[in-house]
Design a protein. Structure first.
Length: 426
């Protein structure tokens, strides 16, 4: 590493960069001139001169790139590099803040060498003053600061310009405040940490947005169906489910551009794309339940909820497969969302006197009997009872009505909240 001030090689690189910038600025000004075509049939001579200047600078830059050696490139600890460059300097380091950057060691070493040299004078002089240097983390950057010493070199201003160019090349900057000069270089991993923070913030905002949309959607779906008397048993209502599908399709279009809301978009898509024209077929309810539960294994694991399935005997039903599968998945989705971490969701398919049945119990709070039907139809906000907001219950209730099934909110023998579905034999 040379110990003198800026070398001719470094000065030539700096002049080449500044000359290129000046040529581009001049070319822009020339191109903005609006001259009549007959007055200037050929390009002005200055254009030709600029072309030649650009070519010369290209060659100079290429020659400079060929002469520049390749040093070690990677994660560099600037504090350790400073101690090596200026062992007699007084270096103040903020502990635990992280002083690593990513870059070329030779270039970083040369930058620090000049920075220290501007503080203590020519580093070759044995009587040089000891430099005082401070290095610490400043947000996403590592700041190296030192007080400027007496300018004993005619190249002091040129050195400052070179440092500024090199700092900019490494994604940083130079700051000069009073008699203190600082180099700011981007800390290693700072951009990755910032990206993770932004993604977490985006995820939180998307989750809040999804919950708000789901809550409003559920309210809209039932806003015209408020009754004071006890509702009759569910009847086939294809028109009601059509309204649910249309609303889900509209909300899906709004949320499609939110990356972190893709899980909610997938649920809305399953409802919006459900078909009412599928003919009924003979189905194994236990097999459908097992298959749907496997699809929720990942979600249950993320929520730290245990999902178990039990099949009691052979349970067959004749219904459209797509709608039955949609109904089962919404019941499981609701149960997992209602269960706290470490809890259990138990889904059971069994045969009853009224027909094939499905029981889904969760670890959420049980509901008072007087409010169960209102919760099912979303006449009451389920969050007021500690239950999750969302459209799963509204969708399940609408699909059950379309399938001529009965869906109830109950409480099992152990006091656990239970969704009870009966599909009468057709």
């Amino acid at each position: 590493m040379p110990q003198e001030r800026l070398t001719r090689h470094e000065i030539s690189w700096l002049l080449a960069q500044e000359a290129r910038g000046a040529a581009k600025a001049l070319r822009t000004e020339v191109q903005e001139l609006h001259l009549p075509r007959d007055a200037r049939p050929t390009p002005p001579p200055v254009q030709t001169t600029l072309d030649a200047l650009d070519d010369t600078i290209e060659m100079l830059s290429a020659l400079n790139a060929e002469r520049r050696g390749r040093g070690r490139r990677g994660r560099i600890d600037l504090a350790a590099l400073l101690c090596e460059i200026a062992p007699s300097a007084r270096i103040s380091i903020e502990p635990g803040s992280g002083t690593e950057v990513f870059g070329d060691e030779a270039e970083l070493r040369r930058m620090l060498h000049l920075l220290v040299g501007q503080s203590s004078g020519n580093l070759n002089l044995p009587t040089r003053a000891e430099a005082e240097i401070t290095i610490r983390r400043h947000g996403d950057f590592v700041r190296i600061s030192t007080n400027l010493g007496p300018d004993t070199s005619a190249l002091g201003e040129l050195e400052h310009r070179w440092l500024s160019r090199m700092a900019l090349r490494h994604g940083g900057s130079i700051e000069l405040e009073g008699g203190t000069q600082s180099i700011l270089l981007q800390a290693d991993g700072a951009s990755d940490q910032r990206e993770v923070t932004e993604l977490r913030k985006e995820l939180a905002e998307a989750q809040q947005l999804g919950e708000a949309y789901a809550r409003e959607l559920a309210s809209v779906l039932v806003s015209g169906d408020i009754r004071t008397e006890s509702p009759p048993a569910p009847l086939p209502e294809p028109a009601r489910f059509e309204g649910v599908r249309s609303a889900c399709s509209a909300v899906r279009r709004v949320l499609r551009g939110v990356p972190a809301a893709q899980e909610l978009v997938a649920e809305l898509t399953a409802v919006a794309d459900a078909s009412l024209d599928e003919p009924p077929s003979e189905l194994d309810l236990g097999a459908l339940l097992t298959q749907a539960a496997h699809g929720f294994d990942g979600r249950a694991a993320r929520a730290e909820v245990e999902l178990t399935v039990q099949i009691v005997g052979g349970v067959s039903v004749r219904r459209p497969k797509g709608l039955v599968d949609l109904l089962i998945r919404n019941l499981l989705s609701q149960a997992i969302a209602a269960t706290p971490r470490g809890g259990e969701v138990r889904a059971t398919a069994l045969a009853t006197e009224l027909g094939p049945a499905l029981s889904v119990t969760d670890g959420g709070p049980a509901l008072p009997e007087a409010s169960r039907q209102d919760i099912l139809r979303h006449r009451i906000d389920p969050t007021s009872f500690g239950r999750p907001a969302g459209i799963a219950l509204v969708v399940a209730d609408a699909v059950a009505a379309t399938l001529d099934a009965t869906l109830e909110v109950r409480e099992d023998g152990a006091g656990r909240a239970e969704l009870w579905l009966v599909l009468p034999k057709s």
